[in-house]
Design a binder for this molecule. Structure first.
Ligand SMILES: *[C@@H]1O[C@H](CO)[C@@H](O)[C@H](O)[C@H]1NC(C)=O
Ligand SMILES: *[C@@H]1O[C@H](CO)[C@@H](O)[C@H](O)[C@H]1NC(C)=O
Ligand SMILES: *[C@@H]1O[C@H](CO)[C@@H](O)[C@H](O)[C@H]1NC(C)=O
Ligand SMILES: *[C@@H]1O[C@H](CO)[C@@H](O)[C@H](O)[C@H]1NC(C)=O
Ligand SMILES: *[C@@H]1O[C@H](CO)[C@@H](O)[C@H](O)[C@H]1NC(C)=O
Ligand SMILES: *[C@@H]1O[C@H](CO)[C@@H](O)[C@H](O)[C@H]1NC(C)=O
Ligand SMILES: *[C@@H]1O[C@H](CO)[C@@H](O)[C@H](O)[C@H]1NC(C)=O
Ligand SMILES: *[C@@H]1O[C@H](CO)[C@@H](O)[C@H](O)[C@H]1NC(C)=O
Length: 433
């Protein structure tokens, strides 16, 4: 059985006690509360003492949020079914992990907005970022123009700058609209008209039809008169994820086996890979992410002559997934199959790559003796994600890094792609006049 509360789990870890390796909250895909990514084997987390980070670019996902308007109805539908069966449930002999249903289940979840745990994740990350790079002082913050992203940037800034932050002016705190006319590395898909048609949920529907029915059957066998459907089961899985996101605790996480949660996690991976990654019609996923990679290279090469030492920017899981696709990272071959079986060692894993409050940190660094020339590495959720396409030396391999020049060369697909080019227009269905 899983821990019912992730807050109690993190409290335990604060006092240094080893926490159980696996619990439900760690396997809720992009709906997982923030967690540090595992360190890839053979890779060191820290740079040697003779290396200095000269420039850093942070792309931060917003923190834990309420369900989307498309997700909440599943939870409300479940509540309705359980409410109808309340008399039978109160009298029934229920298994211990479902005892809570004797008193009924009422959801008070809102929609879309950042939650209290979300605020805390961002404030903490702001403090930690300030401490991690004491010699690099940021002077501006940029947020994608959506409420939960803006609020996330605000909490991070409170942690990073302190209470003087609210007096900063618009030069220092700005937003980039999230709409279909703003060319943005935070929301590149919004200016690609065909994306909204390519972004089908076919894979998740296919996978849902495989993994949900046995769970529904199991629940109906122990919950009298509820007559749950697969949509209700889906609602119960969402209830686990979103109660955690909003309240830090959910009785529903205990209602599922480890395998059932792992199957839900796979659904979320299929969703993100299909909508913002490698399972979009080729080459849409990598192409969209080139806007981010080109922005990174523009800044780290200082090609406009006005690059800052620190960038603090706020966006989405989708921002990070599209960037990973352009970089060729976390790519599965063969592609993730919609009808299963779940590939156990898949590389595309939203639980560790894009949980709520995910932090994609790019460091440009130099060393006096360990390495020659400028270097680059990607630290995703506090662990280096090896830049395998350009890693050459043993230093590269043990730090997940590359020489900056090799990194730029390895990303020629990005540097040769531009928004509004013939290739972009073709992939995005933009008519050229
Ligand atoms: C719930 O109960 C109402 C009133 O008895 C009934 O009309 C409705 O069909 C029931 N709904 C479900 C989903 O069982
Ligand atoms: C905003 O702050 C920046 C950086 O301190 C400063 O250069 C600029 O003049 C300020 N702008 C306004 C309108 O106060
Ligand atoms: C942007 O969206 C609006 C509203 O949905 C639509 O009318 C318009 O045609 C779109 N523009 C582009 C460039 O896609
Ligand atoms: C999704 O399925 C529908 C119906 O089967 C099909 O028409 C559509 O082309 C599929 N979309 C994608 C992106 O595969
Ligand atoms: C259970 O739900 C199904 C589908 O919603 C419906 O067809 C069936 O009549 C229901 N059974 C009972 C016993 O309410
Ligand atoms: C940096 O220079 C480029 C090119 O001249 C310009 O478009 C951009 O606005 C400048 N950025 C800042 C932060 O001044
Ligand atoms: C970018 O180049 C300008 C002009 O040479 C310089 O003032 C600035 O410090 C450089 N930025 C970084 C991050 O190196
Ligand atoms: C791509 O489409 C845009 C908008 O229609 C157009 O301005 C641009 O010229 C097109 N690019 C090419 C290379 O045709």
């Amino acid at each position: 059985m899983f821990f019912r509360s992730f807050l109690s789990v993190s409290l335990v870890s604060w006092v240094g006690v080893v926490v159980a390796a696996d619990s439900a909250w760690q396997h809720l895909g992009n709906l997982s509360p923030y967690q540090k990514a595992p360190l890839p084997s053979g890779v060191k987390a820290d740079l040697p003492d003779d290396c200095t980070v000269d420039q850093v670019m942070l792309m931060h996902r917003h923190g834990s949020r309420y369900p989307l308007v498309t997700e909440l109805p599943f939870i409300q539908g479940l509540q309705y079914k359980l409410g109808n069966a309340s008399d039978a449930l109160a009298k029934a002999k229920l298994p211990s992990n479902l005892q809570f249903l004797k008193k009924g289940y009422t959801t008070t979840l809102g929609v879309n907005d950042l939650t209290a745990p979300g605020r805390q994740q961002l404030f903490n990350h702001g403090v930690e970022f300030r401490l991690k790079y004491p010699n690099l002082q940021a002077s501006s913050v940029l947020a994608g123009g959506q409420d939960r992203v803006i609020e996330s940037a605000q909490w991070f800034s409170q942690g990073y700058f302190g209470r003087t932050w609210p007096t900063l002016n618009e030069t220092e705190f700005s937003t980039l609209p999230e709409n279909n006319v703003t060319i943005s590395w935070i929301t590149p898909m919004d200016t690609c008209p065909l994306w909204q048609y390519a972004y089908g949920n076919n894979a998740t529907v296919t996978w849902g039809a495989v993994y949900l029915p046995p769970i529904t059957k199991r629940l109906n066998n122990v919950l009298p008169h509820t007559n749950l459907t697969d949509d209700d089961t889906h609602g119960a899985l969402f209830a686990c994820a979103y109660d955690l996101a909003a309240h830090g605790v959910s009785p529903w996480c205990d209602a599922f086996t480890e395998k059932e949660i792992a199957d839900f996690e796979y659904e979320l991976d299929l969703l993100m890979d299909g909508a913002f990654g490698y399972n979009l019609p080729s080459p849409m996923g990598p192409m969209l992410g080139t806007l981010f990679v080109n922005k990174l290279i523009e800044r780290f090469s200082n090609s406009t002559g006005n690059a800052s030492a620190v960038y603090l920017e706020f966006g989405h899981d989708t921002t990070i997934d599209q960037a990973l696709a352009a970089l060729g990272l976390a790519k599965d071959s063969p592609p993730l199959p919609a009808s299963g079986p779940v590939p156990a060692n898949r590389k595309f894993k939203t639980s560790i790559q894009v949980p709520f409050a995910a932090q994609m940190v790019w460091e440009k660094f130099s060393c006096t003796s360990s390495a020659k020339d400028a270097q680059i590495r990607l630290v995703l959720n506090e662990s280096p994600l090896p830049l395998s396409a350009c890693a050459k030396s043993s230093f590269d391999k043990s730090h997940g890094s590359c020489s900056y020049d090799s990194f730029v060369k390895a990303n020629s697909y990005s540097t040769s792609t531009q928004w509004g080019s013939a290739a972009w227009n073709k992939t995005c269905g933009v008519a050229a006049f």
